[in-house]
Design a protein around this ligand. Structure first.
Ligand SMILES: [Zn+2]
Length: 303
């Protein structure tokens, strides 16, 4: 009781009554957090964004209006399938296909976590069902199928579900004579599915040759980052291989390469500009010009 009185006195700016006060000044009287959840003031999440390249700070609204491209230095922020579909499809209208195909823990693989549990956790947290979403809609009136990877889902890794969804998307494209684009954003094959994920390289490449036989165009758009099994197969198999500015694209990471060849790597190594210069890409397209440019390309293919 004495302590409480002294505490009140301290709050009021008075000295209190003696030695007891001095000792109790830093003592916590009531334990725990007393603010009720209802009164708690939440800081709105993601209201501000800082550019990792130039440090420019802007609101999320401003960044969204700018298609997630930094207004100051034009750094292209990493975005997911929802954002790409919104940018590409007319009036943000599209149909999402093959969401019912889901990953399974065939190998009972455990790294830091059990793979099955890892999947359950992601499914409960987001509405993304695997590392690629297939959207079918219109781009400037032209029917278009887009497969877009989500880096958020185990690093956009290539597993059996991604392989199967792309394969079925290709079937739709052949049946309905619709061009296909895959937006790559991945670290490579999914370790937890081991050989099953590697088999997808051959499977998708095979399906793409059926698309070629049917004379239907396939565009590969590589964004930051496109690595491993993705860039080693269908990422580079497009009738047009295009990329966003400044995207990191390669097979192995720069550190591994440097250690293997024991030489310093040239400046801008594995950036899309470097790849364009060395003939790996057809062109680089800024996100703001993407829709317009694709419409031009698609109508050229059509004629
Ligand atoms: Zn910036």
């Amino acid at each position: 009781m004495k302590q409480e009185e002294d505490f009140e006195a301290n709050l009021a700016g008075e000295d209190g009554t003696g030695e007891e006060t001095k000792r109790s000044w830093f003592k916590r009287i009531k334990k725990g957090i007393t603010t009720s959840t209802a009164e708690k003031k939440e800081t709105p999440e993601g209201l501000w964004s800082k550019c990792p390249e130039c440090g420019y700070i802007c609101t999320m609204t401003e960044l969204r209006e700018n298609l997630f491209v930094c207004p100051k230095c034009t750094h292209h922020h990493r975005i997911g399938s929802a954002e790409y579909f919104e940018i590409l499809f007319d009036d943000n209208k599209f149909e999402v296909l093959f969401e019912n195909i889901r990953s399974k823990d065939h190998l009972h693989f455990t790294d830091l976590k059990n793979y099955g549990k890892r999947l359950e956790e992601i499914w409960s947290k987001t509405d993304i069902t695997d590392s690629i979403r297939i959207g079918k809609g219109n781009l400037k009136g032209i029917p278009f199928v887009v497969g877009c990877m989500d880096f958020e889902f185990i690093g956009g890794s290539l597993g059996s579900v991604m392989g199967e969804r792309i394969a079925r998307a290709i079937d739709v494209c052949i049946e309905e004579k619709i061009p296909l684009m895959i937006i790559c954003k991945s670290g490579g094959a999914r370790m937890m599915e081991s050989a099953y994920s590697l088999m997808q390289l051959a499977k998708v490449s095979g399906k793409l040759s059926q698309l070629t036989d049917a004379k239907i165009p396939y565009i590969s758009l590589q964004t930051d980052p496109s690595f491993g099994g993705i860039s080693a197969s269908f990422g580079m198999l497009g009738d047009l291989n295009i990329a966003e500015p400044g995207a990191l694209i390669g097979f192995a990471g720069p550190r591994v390469i440097k250690e293997t060849i024991k030489k310093d790597l040239p400046e801008g190594f594995q950036r899309s500009e470097f790849l364009l210069e060395h003939g790996f890409l057809d062109f680089i397209v800024p996100r703001k010009e993407l829709k317009e440019k694709l419409a031009t390309v698609l109508s050229m293919f059509k004629n």
